[in-house]
Design a protein around this ligand. Structure first.
Ligand code: AP5
Length: 257
């Protein structure tokens, strides 16, 4: 199968009234995956690589909040304005705001190409709500990928991250530098450093992960859908590790296909 063109994820980023270009192809057995792991472990990087191999759409809640932060303040609802402030501090956005935003976009979970959920769910309440919605709407979850990395490596990945303003491609100043300094290889747009990648926000984000998101590991382990993946090494090697784990998983559990 040819490498898919990454679509603009318009229905996810801008809301359900927008249409994705190009529309993802429908697959016989779409992958419906959740990517878990601490901030900076490489979930977005893996989602990008996995999209090329599995063709499932990369649905990041962080990307929706970052897109909102670029809107004029007067165009944002009070809840979205507050969400952007939480994000800049490194705190989690309240569950009710996140859930309203995801529920509004639940058409993306029905996409025939499948999905790679990145950054959601992030609390037990969000995980319970998602589980209920997927059961109600008859959407079987394939698996949850839990990426694991020592904390010192996480801090270095976050401090050196640069992101494309336009297509959201992710780079690292030493580990994955762009070919031209400060410019995206894919679309030529400028790269920027995320506000929440400053040291004070990184600390808050790692604390929020330990407190609120790490408990999801045992939640999904109990449901029998957790696959833990070592996130050390080059991104392409981690992607191959993930694909091998997923192939073995599908062979063992065809009911999750
Ligand atoms: P979000 O955007 O989800 O951020 P995050 O989970 O903190 O994850 P990151 O995007 O920081 O890291 P990543 O794991 O994707 O790593 P990446 O691939 O970029 O959320 C942002 C904020 O929005 C939250 O803090 C919160 O405020 C709010 N929010 C979002 N969802 C929410 C929810 N559900 N509930 C409540 N609040 C929510 O990689 C990092 C760097 O490492 C890059 O520079 C990359 O190039 C480099 N790198 C990647 N892989 C490798 C490798 N193998 N080797 C070397 N370098 C690598």
């Amino acid at each position: 199968m040819a490498t898919p063109t990454k679509n603009d994820r318009a229905a996810w980023i801008r809301g359900p009234k927008a249409h994705c270009t190009p529309t993802p192809d429908s697959l016989e057995h779409p992958w419906r995956l959740i990517l878990l792991g601490a901030p900076g472990v490489g979930k977005g990087t893996q989602a990008d690589l996995l999209h090329q191999r599995l063709h499932a759409c990369h649905l990041s809640t962080g990307d929706v909040f970052r897109a909102a932060s670029k809107e004029k303040e007067c165009d944002l609802s009070p809840a979205m304005k507050a969400a952007v402030d939480y994000m800049h501090r490194g705190d989690l956005v309240p569950d009710s705001t996140v859930w309203d935003m995801v529920r509004e976009r639940r058409g993306c979970l029905h996409c025939g190409g499948g999905f790679l959920l990145d950054g959601f769910p992030r609390t037990l309440a969000q995980a319970e709500s998602l589980k209920q919605l997927m059961e109600d709407e008859n959407l079987p979850l394939t698996a949850v990928l839990n990426y694991e990395l020592p904390v010192n490596e996480i801090v270095s990945r976050l401090s050196g991250r640069r992101t494309c303003e336009k297509c959201k491609a992710v780079y690292h100043i030493t580990e994955r530098p762009p070919k031209s300094h400060g410019l995206c290889d894919r679309c030529g747009a400028p790269l920027f450093q995320r506000e929440d990648d400053r040291p004070q926000s990184i600390k808050v984000r790692l604390e929020a992960y330990d407190r609120s998101t790490a408990p999801l590991i045992s939640f999904y382990k109990k449901l029998g859908v957790l696959l833990s993946i070592e996130a050390e090494g080059a991104p392409e090697a981690i992607c191959e590790r993930t694909l091998a784990a997923l192939t073995a998983w599908r062979a063992l559990t065809p009911s999750h296909a």
